[in-house]
Ligand binder design. Structure first.
Ligand SMILES: Cc1ncc(COP(=O)(O)O)c(C=O)c1O
Length: 360
């Protein structure tokens, strides 16, 4: 006898997570998951340490202190802030709350590998819009795909995996054109690294667009992906209420809440990390161009490079054999050989460039 699963189980794609997490044998240069190469701050570690003593209690189910701190920082009422077990948790819950058979969802492709899950899990129809020739979202084409059936539009800015970003004015113009009954999620997981404008420029749009959601995370610049905590700043109270309704209680664990509150208080460190990442971004781009490789204009903590006619699998394997983990573009939706490479420490990036030159 085999178990009979719900029909949607056959539709939901398996998330293409990077490998290498169980390996201890070789010192690996891990540039495959857009993580921060910097460990949590001492103050964050101390806060986690203090919170360990009360782990016999459930976490605050409404993450009230964290939401209060986020509210102070972004000047968005805490009733319009959702917290989650990573920002993915909020994204999936939003999909569950908004989508159903007959509904449509619009997003660009290639983009974040979780978006295909939203339609597959709900039975809604996914409308994917190809990126433009510079690997950016084609916003006019996305607008053209919105119909009466559209419930949700997702814009990933900066875009994973291609690292490119949209100018704040283009985002504002896009949001203004979307009908007010269609939810717009701007996934800003990497916004702190985006130098095309103020990373917080989208926040003022919330006061004009109740249908807008800005999705952010402590996984990237704050370096807390191992704890899982993200948040959404929303234009109205309805989305936080709906995403809370569809999730299990206590979705954000106590250590994650504590660490996030502490991390938020160290914005000087955020600026420092962004500065270091941008310096690496420039030097890796220069190194790649010296190898005659085409690189997209990165506004994130990773880059996207075209391999032309080269064999993606062979290059990935060559890098791996030398202890460097990156992501192959095909697993992330590219239709031509490409690599997505996270920026690590200066030493890790230098090693990546050295090994890539060897493999090429
Ligand atoms: C675009 C994008 N959004 C969201 C996430 C998920 O982040 P979290 O760790 O907060 O779930 C990622 C993680 O890689 C991402 O690339």
């Amino acid at each position: 006898m085999t178990l009979e699963f719900a029909e949607r189980i056959r539709r939901i794609p398996v998330y293409p997570a990077a490998g290498g997490y169980a390996e201890q044998a070789m010192p690996l240069v891990r540039l495959a998951s857009n993580e921060s190469p910097y460990p949590p701050l001492p103050a964050v570690r101390e806060a986690i340490d203090r919170a360990l003593r009360t782990l016999n209690r459930y976490p605050d189910p409404s993450s009230s202190i964290l939401r209060e701190r986020l509210s102070e920082r972004y000047e968005v009422p805490s009733s319009r802030i959702a917290v989650g077990n990573g920002s993915c948790d909020i994204l999936l819950a939003a999909g569950e709350a908004l989508l159903e058979p007959g509904a449509e969802l619009v997003y660009a492709w290639p983009s974040f590998s979780v978006y295909p899950h939203l339609a597959a899990a709900s039975g809604a129809r996914a409308i994917t819009v190809p990126l433009d020739s510079e690997q950016r979202h084609d916003l006019p084409a996305m607008l053209g795909e919105i119909t009466v059936a559209t419930r949700l539009v997702v814009v990933c800015n900066p875009n994973n995996p291609t690292s490119t970003a949209l100018a704040p004015a283009d985002v504002a113009a896009f949001v203004a054109e979307v009908p007010p009954d269609v939810c717009v999620i701007i996934d800003e997981a990497y916004c702190e690294f985006n130098l095309l404008g103020d990373p917080d420029s989208s926040i003022e749009l919330l006061s004009r667009h109740p249908n807008l959601v800005l999705l952010r995370t402590f996984s990237k610049v704050y370096g807390l992906c191992g704890l899982r905590v993200g948040f959404a700043l929303c234009g109205s109270e309805t989305l936080p209420q709906a995403v809370n309704q569809v999730r299990q209680p206590f979705f954000c664990n106590a250590l994650a809440q504590t660490a996030a509150v502490e991390a938020l208080a160290h914005q000087d460190e955020v600026i420092d990390r962004v500065t270091r990442t941008v310096a690496e971004r420039l030097s890796v781009a220069e190194g790649l161009r010296a190898l005659d490789l085409q690189v997209a204009d990165s506004q994130a903590n990773f880059c996207w490079l075209s391999l032309g006619e080269r064999d993606e699998d062979e290059i990935m394997q060559g890098l791996r054999e030398r202890g460097v983990l990156v992501r192959g573009g095909r697993a992330l939706g590219a239709d031509a050989p490409a690599l997505r490479v996270t920026f690590g420490t200066p030493e890790e990036n230098a090693r990546f460039l050295e090994v890539l030159a060897e493999v090429l």
